[in-house]
Design a binder for this molecule. Structure first.
Ligand SMILES: [Zn+2]
Length: 350
């Protein structure tokens, strides 16, 4: 017998999927400030102003909800560097409409001086927290508000630079462990702060965990261990964790063991037929449709075909969310975003 599911709003739908409960249709996940071009065009706002003004930051994030109609907003974008900057890295804004870029990493000899950061006390990180409060206030009853942070390992790679981090793991593992411990404290503090604001979950960018970058034992020693500490802490507060990994050879099985509420993978790297049996009944899957080619350059029809195939392969079981494989590229055509949403509404309807 088919039980009828009453129509849900975005927030109810998103949370039900995370909790592996029945939904009226498969929810859609929106990442960072995907397809930013149209949001900037429509609002007349600038990315760099968002980092100084919580209202601007929130307006841009909420514009994505208005224009694209996915089931969450993300209280964090461009933030791959915000936490790193809070730990001493320096950045600049080289382009009018794009994210900041690192200009100066922290010297390896300075690692000892790096202290844990309270996001509320950091001039930039706190802007994101204030923006989260604005979003929670304005649309928090209808749409899922998702916080955003990176794994300690990824933040470390932006604090000292990726090459320095990898070299350090080999040459001086103790000092890297110290750095990771410090950053882990800041990331845990971030969770406390946004939990207080009332977010519905935290997206954690964990794409350093890929075979193209490290091997499994390095992942365990310098990455997985700290992810598990953060997730334990977040879950003890009742916070959902959406662990993201868009690497080419993701260590998704190892990441599943760290206990996230949801895992977000690109299906071009991991076929859904492989991952579905491993997650069903335990962990929500955010199935990532290929974004750098398919969503960016192909036709709306091809997008629909991919969505349909993915949902059919998954079946009718609960615990599926659909999203792009990573943040939608800057200028993904609006027609493709629409095709993506409409096909999830059509084929993901229960
Ligand atoms: Zn990604």
């Amino acid at each position: 017998m088919k039980t009828h599911i009453q129509a849900m709003n975005s927030k109810e739908r998103f949370l039900a999927a995370l909790e592996l409960d029945a939904v009226d249709r498969v929810p859609l996940f929106y990442q960072h400030l995907g397809a930013a071009k149209w949001l900037l065009q429509n609002t007349g706002l600038r990315i760099r102003d968002g980092f100084h003004n919580p209202k601007t930051f929130a307006e841009l994030a909420m514009a994505a909800y208005d224009m694209y109609g996915f089931d969450n907003v993300m209280a964090g974008w461009g933030d791959l560097l915000v936490a790193a900057k809070a730990h001493g890295m320096e950045w600049k804004f080289p382009e009018r409409d794009f994210y900041p870029r690192p200009t100066k990493y922290v010297d390896m000899t300075e690692i000892d001086n790096i202290q844990p950061v309270d996001p509320l006390e950091d001039p930039t990180w706190s802007v994101l927290i204030r923006a989260t409060e604005i979003m929670k206030d304005q649309i928090g009853n209808e749409v899922a508000i998702i916080g955003c942070v990176e794994t300690p390992n990824m933040i470390a790679s932006e604090v000292v630079g990726m090459e320095n981090l990898l070299m350090g793991c080999l040459m001086d593992p103790d000092i890297i462990a110290k750095l990771l411990k410090t950053i882990t404290q800041s990331v845990i503090r971030y969770g406390e702060v946004v939990n207080e604001v009332g977010v519905d979950g935290v997206f954690m960018e964990g794409s350093m965990a890929g075979g193209e970058m490290v091997d499994v034992s390095m992942f365990e020693q310098f990455d997985g261990k700290y992810i598990a500490q953060v997730i334990d802490s977040y879950k003890s507060m009742g916070l959902n964790v959406l662990l993201h990994n868009c690497s080419e050879q993701p260590f998704w099985k190892e990441q599943l063991e760290t206990g996230p509420t949801a895992i977000h993978l690109q299906l071009s790297s991991v076929p859904i037929s492989e991952v579905a049996p491993a997650v069903k009944g335990n962990t929500c899957l955010i199935a990532g449709i290929e974004h750098r080619e398919l969503l960016l350059n192909h036709t709306p029809h091809e997008v629909k075909v991919a969505v349909r195939r993915t949902i059919e392969e998954w079946g009718r079981d609960p615990g599926l969310i659909m999203g792009p494989g990573c943040e939608l590229p800057y200028r993904v055509p609006l027609d493709n975003i629409r095709a993506f949403r409409e096909s999830v509404e059509q084929y993901g309807k229960m």
